[in-house]
Design a binder for this molecule. Structure first.
Ligand SMILES: NC(=O)c1ccc[n+]([C@@H]2O[C@H](COP(=O)([O-])OP(=O)(O)OC[C@H]3O[C@@H](n4cnc5c(N)ncnc54)[C@H](O)[C@@H]3O)[C@@H](O)[C@H]2O)c1
Length: 388
């Protein structure tokens, strides 16, 4: 097994700085590089501040000073020569990533593993820039990397399967929860979570319920930590819209993933959420927001509809071998804090009820968006469950 001890991180923005912190906290030597020296300096300050804060709260294994010393800052990619693993976390642009991968490969040893933290690009397309694409994989952290336990490990068609199996162990030894995913759009979480936002917006567009009511239902009755609109405002409507639009395009315009005008207009109006002071909610000091309509019947309808769509996505990801059922459930609980794994939840609800809910929606709307996953039909015929 390739011993991973010296890690190079390229890109010191939100993700790169967090990944560097995680790797150094786990005892590795880390080199961090950003082409923007200002960002690199900010990252150095931020990491040190974060580690000191954690130490003060008694939530750090080891001393902040020692961990900080394990991270050095490079002026050039040439300084990554002796790294065992490089994690790229630069701007989400295929051509720029390909150029950087080519440059990395010209510097590192033959055994160095090269990974991308991309959220939406295919690993196969990035790996194609390398002479030795077998060593390229996706290592997808969630934001903020030091806090979110989930890491998706993605194999491209070119990747050596042994390397990804070993990487799972390495990432686990960093205190994270790794899951394996196929190189398909959105990997696990960003694919399965789409209806959490999309179906909530659809319910809003149909004027079946307003924003606070949908959020209230999903939190109070569904058990989710945040409602869909609160979460979109938190993530940023521009970022969420971009992910939705990319997943839709990458799925060859499957209507299931169709973005909404509501979200597009929010972006066009610069109502991006918390960061612009207004999104679905108003975050101004004197702002007043509507109260939810705490109607249990309506609330249950909302939860049943959105959860049915989420379960359909989870079943589809399993059916198409994107990941195992255990990894799918882990991904949604550890990556986006869902109250339960969706497949375990389907068993609880009953597979037949899940299928009926989807068939009713499909019959009512006549849209392919609601087509049930074939796996659910097969399971109902056999009378089986996900976890027997
Ligand atoms: N932000 C998230 O929530 C999130 C979550 C998971 C994955 N990702 C992915 O992680 C990657 C980085 O995202 P981010 O949010 O940290 O972006 P960011 O904009 O905060 O940081 C990207 C950094 O890359 C630097 N950079 C650009 N080109 C470079 C180059 N050629 N060499 C070195 N540095 C370069 C930029 O100066 C910038 O500081 C993207 O691929 C994104 O899709 C983001």
């Amino acid at each position: 097994m390739n011993q991973v001890k010296k890690i190079g991180v390229i890109g010191a923005g939100a993700m790169g700085s967090g990944i560097a912190q995680v790797a150094a906290t786990a005892g590795n030597k880390v080199i961090l590089f950003d082409s923007n020296t200002e960002v690199q300096d900010q990252a150095q300050e931020l990491i040190s501040k974060m580690l000191n804060k954690l130490e003060d709260k008694g939530r750090l294994e080891g001393s902040a000073e020692e961990i900080t010393k394990r991270i050095t800052y490079a002026d050039d990619i040439a300084e990554f020569k002796s790294c065992d693993l490089i994690i790229e976390a630069i701007v989400e642009n295929l051509q720029i990533k390909k150029n950087v991968f080519e440059e990395i490969e010209s510097v590192v040893s033959d055994t160095c593993i090269i990974a991308s933290n991309t959220s939406s690009l295919s690993i196969a397309s990035i790996a194609a820039a390398c002479k030795n694409p077998q060593r390229v994989m996706g290592i997808h952290f969630f934001n903020p990397a030091p806090l979110m336990p989930l890491v998706e490990i993605i194999s491209a068609v070119q990747t050596d399967p042994q390397l990804t199996a070993n990487m799972k162990k390495t990432i686990e030894s960093w205190g994270k929860v790794p899951v394996s995913a196929q190189d398909t759009p959105g990997f696990i979480v960003n694919r399965i979570a789409r209806p959490f936002y999309g179906e909530a917006i659809r319910i809003l567009e149909e004027d079946l319920a307003n924003v606070p009511t949908i959020d209230w239902a999903m939190k109070e009755l569904g058990g989710f930590k945040m409602g869909p609109f609160e979460l979109m405002d938190f993530i940023g409507n521009d970022i969420n819209y971009e992910v939705t639009a990319t997943v839709f395009k990458e799925f060859f315009f499957d209507p299931r993933y169709k973005p909404s005008f509501t979200q597009k207009r929010m972006v066009e109006a610069n109502r991006l959420g918390r960061k612009t002071g207004i999104g679905y909610y108003n975050y101004g000091e004197d702002a007043t927001n509507l109260d939810p309509d705490r109607n249990d019947g309506l609330g249950e309808y909302i939860v049943n509809r959105i959860v049915a769509m989420l379960i359909n996505e989870a079943a589809d990801a399993l059916y198409l071998h994107v990941a195992t059922k255990e990894d799918i459930d882990l991904a949604m609980t550890k990556g986006v804090n869902y109250p339960k794994g969706l497949l375990a939840w389907a068993d609880e609800i009953g597979i037949e009820t899940c299928l009926n809910n989807l068939e009713e929606l499909q019959a009512e709307y006549g849209e392919d968006r609601y087509r049930p996953c074939p796996l659910l039909r097969k399971m109902v015929k056999k009378g089986s469950t996900f976890y027997e």
